[in-house]
Design a protein around this ligand. Sequence first.
Ligand code: 13P
Ligand code: SF4
Length: 307
Amino acid sequence: MFTTKALQEEIIRLKKENDICILAHAYQSQDIWEVADYVGDSYGLSLEAAKAGQTSVLMCGVRFMAETVKILSPDKKVLLSHPQAGCPMAEQMDVETVNQLKESYPGYTVAAYINTTAELKTACDVCVTSSSAVKIIRGLENKDILFIPDCNLGAWTASQVPEKNIKLVEGGCPVHAGIQPETVESMRRLYPEAELLVHPECLPQVASQADYVGSTTGIMDYAKNSGARAFLIGTENSIVQHLQFACPDKQFYALSKDCTCNNMRLTTLMDVYHCVKGDGGEEVRLPADVMEKARRCIDAMLQMERG
Ligand code: 13P
Ligand code: SF4
């Protein structure tokens, strides 16, 4: 039987022996963070994916993140940490629907949240992440933008870039969109001194009450640097624990007990062990034409973000 520490040591030994880079999304558990080469939000992960020097990459997160790694590193072996870890938002829209929307909105630039399938990205012009959306949308030449599939991130972005004409469609993250404005009001009454930090996937009636709206990494950075001592966290509840480890002198409270992503929670440290050992996870394989077309959409974001 392994202890957590012994298992982590074995994972670190095996990842070096087998030349594997472990990337972990911020929503992964603390024990997985501790064995990862890089932990971050979707935007940071896409940058690291392109940079990793190892021959293999293990993506601890959900399927669209592993697909993004494969698209940016087509010659590497890319593993998804748990074959069933999907993102319900990424699966909400198919290419046919996007093509129909494009017919209804001719001349619009199609901006896709990175939380979409590789196949869907082939029909879109540019990707955005929660941390890059405002800069990317502001920098687009076209005034008319069709934003898919998260109407909440889209609405928040539109509020920051009023000069653009942004068309939103119905869709979003069931986990974040489940946080109700009434919950915010009652938590504010309970912890009046706390700052409210939320992810832009939350409803506009929630985001509009926040002291800070940003990506998972953005929320963590804000909390670390803020002079406040207490915070209400409106994103996946794993971030509450990560912040408690990072800032033991501050208080962090989950805005809603129900803000749990079951897909992100699927991967365990034992899954990571099996992946680096060679008998776990799922190797991501995508058709060459899908990778090529989806890459244009991701590269457009990376170029604009750098430029
Ligand atoms: P980030 O862009 O903050 O990584 O968010 C991704 C995500 O899936 C949020 O639910
Ligand atoms: Fe997808 Fe929401 Fe889970 Fe993020 S929290 S992976 S958007 S279902």
